[in-house]
Design a protein around this ligand. Structure first.
Ligand SMILES: [Fe+2]
Length: 196
């Protein structure tokens, strides 16, 4: 992680914006960045793509700054209209990244931000991409994002213990997530994570 430290100051604008908008979102993005980079290293992602992965993971939910707080922190299930608005955060994030010309690898980062909620079986959004049609780095971010999102308590769910998150991740292998990436995550990353 230390050799990627140069990527963090460059995204300071969005880091500050995220921190001011929602501390949980900022901390979640930091954890997803760390997890995604470790997972990328375990998957032999090279240094160039690792830098793109780090930035993309850190900015994956930046589009949530465009979502009304009443929907973002709604303490319960969203209705169809609210779900549509919530799901727009991936394309809003792509738009925000593309609007910042000083983000390195901006085109690649914007594409990964757009596709971080695609599912292996095509049931994700915004484009319903299947399998390898979703960029590899976006599939890595998706696994790291799911792990942290399930583990973390939020207004709309209490947060699960790591053992339960592991069970959920295994059940989503080949459906929501790339099975090969899940296997590496479980084998090489999970054993080194705590229960919180
Ligand atoms: Fe997201």
């Amino acid at each position: 992680m230390h050799r990627l430290s140069w990527t963090i100051p460059i995204s300071t604008h969005f880091n500050r914006a995220l921190l001011g908008f929602d501390r949980f979102l900022f901390e979640h993005s930091s954890r997803v960045c760390r997890l995604a980079v470790h997972l990328g290293e375990a998957l032999d992602v090279d240094g160039h793509d690792l830098a793109i992965l780090a930035l993309s993971a850190r900015l994956h939910d930046v589009g949530k700054m465009a979502i009304p707080g009443g929907i973002l922190n709604h303490p319960g299930p969203l209705d169809d209209a609210e779900t549509t608005i919530m799901r727009s955060h991936s394309v809003q994030g792509e738009r925000l990244v593309r609007s910042q010309c000083d983000i390195p690898f901006g085109d690649e980062v914007a594409t990964i931000v757009r596709h971080h909620h695609e599912h292996w079986d095509g049931s994700g959004y915004p484009d319903g991409l299947r399998r390898q049609a979703t960029p590899f780095l976006a599939r890595i971010v998706a696994v790291a994002d799911s792990w942290d999102a399930l583990l973390s308590p939020r207004p709309y769910h209490p947060g699960c213990p790591a053992s339960e998150v592991l069970h959920i991740l295994r059940s989503e292998r080949g459906f929501k997530h790339d099975p090969g990436i899940v296997d590496v995550f479980i084998e090489k990353i999970v054993p080194f994570l705590g229960d919180s």
